[in-house]
Design a protein around this ligand. Structure first.
Ligand code: CAA
Length: 379
């Protein structure tokens, strides 16, 4: 085992840290308050190569490994998890699936602008009545010969408004259940697509989340990814990769909360000394640090397996479940350490706590990760 990062990995980590701590920090509180999409920041992150980090440079990506991706997402998430989820969805749920399973023509047309960050992508799986139970897709993509006719509604879609390209999961043949599901590339400006209102979320407030309605939307057959009926397995494999990104985001929220708690406890005085000198606080910090380290290591292991072309679905489910759950615990403790200051916006930790909650829900709840892990144990 080699626990050392390469020079390149350290350079990417530093670049993400610099951008987050110099730029994202400036207006993160205002964007959170206003639920405002960080459009300029996403452009800047694109020019730094963060929107298609693992995509081959021949498709305008940065050609980096998954470990660099984990390190970068952690750094961005320490400061602004709303920005990092926009980056993560584009990288893992959109670019990854297109590069791995798309045709050459699809990659030239759709992957290139997504990997360079000229365009943003979204992944449309969840529905009003199909969240965790992802095989129960009701959105129909009827086979009409040389095109699919799509009708239905998708819910909780990250990047729904900012995206130009949708990866849509829809049912073509309900009799075949999950084997009748397809994955289609859809241009967001296709006639018949409309968006619900911007969701007024508890956290991750500046990523744009909407429902998306499809009414008689025509999608060319050439936009189907993989063979007929491959859509569910496509979605599952894409989510395996996506979960590494969200797990890293959860690590960033937890490590950001820990860093703020260390700094605060070395300044804040109570009972005649800084609160770091009180064992009740120092032990909390120690416990938080162990959890962050464990979660980070799980992410790095999943990323290492992916980089080394080994199965990583169970590792990514473990990383996602553990990191999301400890992110909630660590950010809650951070608020406790900050006391009353932790409960107001200026000190950031209440925002980190609100954001951590979503990591236990999206890209597969913590309970779904336990289904994936336990089925593997018991198979
Ligand atoms: N890779 C390849 N194939 C897989 C797979 C994987 N990781 N997981 C399952 N499959 C295959 C199975 O082998 C099976 O195929 P066969 O019938 O050929 O054997 C088929 O898929 C069905 O699998 P299951 O019987 O296991 O299906 P299930 O109904 O029990 O569900 C589940 C499995 C893991 C619970 C799945 O439904 C799931 O992951 N649900 C959660 C969905 C989710 O993560 N949603 C998040 C939305 S995206 C999002 O949040 C994005 C965002 O914007 C931030």
């Amino acid at each position: 085992m080699n626990f050392e990062y390469s020079e390149e990995q350290l350079m990417i980590q530093q670049a993400a840290r610099d951008y987050a701590q110099r730029e994202l920090i400036k207006d993160v509180l205002e964007r959170d308050a206003r639920s405002e999409f960080p459009a300029e920041h996403i452009k800047n992150l694109a020019s730094l190569g963060f929107m298609g980090m693992m995509v081959d440079p021949k498709y305008d990506g940065s050609g980096l490994d998954a470990i660099s991706y984990v390190l970068a997402i952690e750094e961005l998430s320490k400061i602004d998890a709303s920005a990092s989820v926009i980056v993560s969805v584009n990288n893992s749920l959109v670019c990854f699936g297109l590069e791995k399973f798309g045709t050459e023509e699809q990659k030239q047309k759709y992957l290139r602008p997504l990997a360079s960050g000229k365009k943003i992508g979204a992944f449309l799986l969840s529905e009003p009545e199909a969240g965790s139970d992802a095989t129960s897709q009701r959105t129909l993509a009827e086979d009409k010969g040389d095109y699919y006719l799509v009708n239905g509604t998708k819910n909780w879609i990250t990047n729904a408004n900012s995206a130009s390209t949708y990866i849509l999961i829809a049912q073509t043949d309900p009799d075949k259940k999950h084997k009748g599901i397809n994955a289609l590339i859809v241009d967001k400006n296709s006639p018949g697509i409309s968006l619900g209102p911007h969701e007024d979320k508890m956290g991750m407030r500046s990523s744009d989340t909407h429902s998306v309605m499809f009414t008689d939307v025509k999608v060319p057959k050439s936009n189907r990814i993989g063979e007929d009926g491959f859509g569910f397995k496509f979605a599952m494999q894409v989510l395996e990769a996506g979960r590494i990104g969200i797990a890293s985001q959860a690590v960033g929220l937890a490590s950001g909360a820990l860093e703020r708690s260390i700094a605060y406890s070395k300044e804040r005085k109570a009972f005649g000394t800084v609160i770091a000198n009180h064992q009740s606080v120092a032990f909390k910090l120690a416990e938080m640090a162990v959890k962050v380290e464990n979660a980070r290591n799980l992410c790095l292991k999943a990323a290492w397996l992916k980089d080394n072309h080994q199965p990583y679905g169970i590792a990514s489910a473990m990383a996602k479940q553990y990191a999301a759950d400890i992110a909630m615990e660590v950010t809650t403790e951070a608020v406790q350490i900050h006391g009353g200051y932790g409960y107001v916006k200026e000190y950031h930790v209440e925002r980190l706590m609100r954001e951590a909650k979503l990591t236990q829900i999206y890209e597969g709840t913590s309970e779904i990760q336990k289904i994936v892990i336990s089925r593997d144990l018991l198979k």
